[in-house]
Design a protein around this ligand. Structure first.
Ligand code: HEC
Length: 145
C-alpha cells in the first residue's frame, strides 16, 4: 500500500490540477506523449499491485509499518478479516484492477473526461476496501439524557 499502490494512485490523481491563487489560475494536465506514457506506467504498477493483493499467501504486515492508529485495525485483525471474507477482499482488488484498466484505455485515447471520472471511481474503491478491512466501525456516541 505505502510503497506501490499509494504512490502510483497519487501520481494518477495528480495528473490534472487546477489551482486558483492570488496570482491567478494555474492549470496543469498531461500534454506530451511522454507525460501520458508516464501515467500509463503508474496505472500498470497499480494493476500489478492488485495481483499481489489477491495472492493467497498475502501477509498484511511486512514488519516495517508503524503501529496502527487507534481507529485502524491492526495487522493481525486485518488478516483475520480477510480470512473470514476472502471473496469480498478479492472483489475490491479486482475492482481496483478493472477501473485501472479502463484508466489505461482513457490514457491511450487521451480522453481527459473519462480519465478524471475514473479517478473518482478508483478513490471510491480504495476507500470501500479501507472502510471494510482497515477502519474500525465508528462507535455510536449517544449522550445520556
Ligand atoms: C483490497 C483492499 C484494499 C484496496 C483495494 C486498497 N487498499 Fe489501501 N489498505 C488496505 C488495508 C487492509 C490497509 C491497512 C494495512 C496496511 O497498511 O497494509 C491499507 C492501507 C493503506 C495505506 C496506509 C499504508 C501505510 O502503511 O501507511 C494507504 C496510503 C493506502 N492503503 C492507500 C490505498 C489507495 C490509494 C488505494 C487505491 C488506489 C488502496 N489503498 C486500495 C486495503 C486496501
Amino acid at each position: 500500500m505505502r510503497d506501490v499502490i499509494n504512490p502510483a494512485a497519487r501520481r494518477l490523481w495528480g495528473a490534472f490540477s487546477y489551482v486558483i491563487t492570488a496570482e491567478g489560475e494555474q492549470e496543469s494536465r498531461p500534454e506530451s506523449d511522454e507525460e501520458w506514457q508516464a501515467l500509463r506506467t503508474h496505472a500498470d504498477a497499480l494493476i500489478r499491485a492488485g495481483l499481489t493483493l489477491k495472492l493467497p499467501t498475502l501477509r498484511v504486515d511486512d514488519g516495517s509499518a508503524p503501529p496502527a492508529a487507534a481507529y485502524q485495525f491492526d495487522h493481525a485483525e486485518v488478516e483475520r478479516l480477510i480470512a473470514a471474507d476472502p471473496s469480498v477482499w478479492r472483489n475490491y482488488a479486482e475492482r481496483m484492477q478493472g477501473i485501472t484498466l479502463r484508466i489505461v484505455t482513457a490514457i491511450d485515447r487521451r480522453d481527459a473526461t473519462a480519465y478524471t471520472e475514473l479517478g473518482v471511481e478508483l478513490n471510491q474503491t480504495c476507500e470501500g476496501c479501507h472502510v471494510q478491512f482497515w477502519y474500525r466501525p465508528l462507535q455510536r456516541r449517544v449522550s445520556p439524557p
